[in-house]
Design a protein. Structure first.
Ligand SMILES: [Zn+2]
Ligand SMILES: [Zn+2]
Length: 305
């Protein structure tokens, strides 16, 4: 499914954001202290994984995260984060909290950015885009004051990718953190469809970056010389690259706190059998939502009177 949102617009707060940023790496859409993607970054990229036929597609396994996802965070202008930070994507993709990838590319003119968006959409179609949730937005930022290198506005193309038809494989289910009370009574079967990052997204990301470098980058013999060199994270800025932290990110939100399934705690059929040791309100052995002394339950009692 394609979602093409937004149009070119000026970022009103860009000057404020740029104040503390080195003028060479000004980009109000990404964090400061980024460095230009170099030839050694590109040489270190993993090979593009083959196209998968599997539908639904399993979430990335721990070894795929180590081989592809974590290196890409440092080598490409893409970052991954849990879906709950993805704005309206949360409500549009249903329950759960899989990872999502977001990339940003910069152009010196509008037509180059438009052409890139068209090429990205074409690639997505070739890659069976109906499996993806793809969100593309375009923005324009003003030139930085006093910078001799950036004379005109910069056009940004942002891309978000996540596989809609995905499921959590056993290798990931087994790594769920032990903060679920009913860890041994999980109600999350492997055939639950939960959007998340799969090998489809990794392949797509690598293909898009290759496309950008081949066809748009100023320094190559490209057909549209309007792409600006990508900015990537130096290793010291990458703090999320461990399986353990990723598991905490994913399962700490969007899943039932009792059994780790995709329903809300209030709808959990086993929550009475697996109470926490300590209620927030009274210290008793039940979930706070079941506490007779919780503010919400006291309000209900008053209403009944
Ligand atoms: Zn539950
Ligand atoms: Zn209580």
């Amino acid at each position: 499914m394609f979602r093409l949102s937004g149009s070119f617009r000026t970022l009103k707060n860009a000057p404020r954001l740029q104040r503390n940023i080195n003028k060479r790496s000004v980009n109000p859409h990404v964090e400061p202290n980024l460095i230009p993607q170099s030839a050694s970054h590109i040489a270190a990229l993993p090979a593009v994984p083959p196209r998968t036929q599997a539908r639904p597609t399993p979430w990335l396994s721990p070894s795929e995260m180590e081989t592809y996802l974590f290196p890409l965070h440092e080598l490409l202008p893409w970052r991954f984060f849990p879906r709950r930070f993805g704005g309206n994507i949360i409500s549009e993709l249903g329950a759960g909290n899989g990872l999502i990838l977001r990339g940003t590319y910069r152009f010196t003119d509008k037509s180059g950015a438009h052409q890139f968006v068209e090429d990205v959409m074409k690639t997505a179609k070739e890659e069976e885009n109906d499996a993806f949730y793809l969100k593309i937005h375009e923005n324009k930022s003003s030139p930085s004051q006093g910078s001799s290198e950036e004379k005109g506005p910069i056009y940004h193309v942002g891309i978000k990718s996540i596989t809609k038809e995905a499921f959590i494989p056993k290798s990931i289910l087994d790594l769920r953190p032990d903060f679920f009370s009913a860890t041994n009574n999980t109600l999350l079967p492997e055939n639950s469809i939960i959007a998340g990052l799969t090998v489809r997204d990794l392949r797509f990301t690598l293909l898009i970056d290759q496309l950008f470098r081949d066809r748009f980058l100023l320094t190559s013999s490209s057909t549209s010389n309007t792409g600006m060199i990508s900015l990537v994270r130096p290793p010291h800025l990458v703090t999320s690259n461990s399986i353990e932290s990723v598991m905490k990110w994913i399962f700490g939100n969007g899943f039932c706190r009792c059994c780790g399934s995709t329903h809300k705690l209030v709808d959990c059929p086993v929550r009475k059998e697996y109470p926490p040791t300590h209620c927030l309100h009274c210290g008793g052995k039940h979930w706070a939502i079941d506490c007779p002394e919780s503010p919400a339950n006291l309000q209900d009692t008053n209403k009944d009177k």
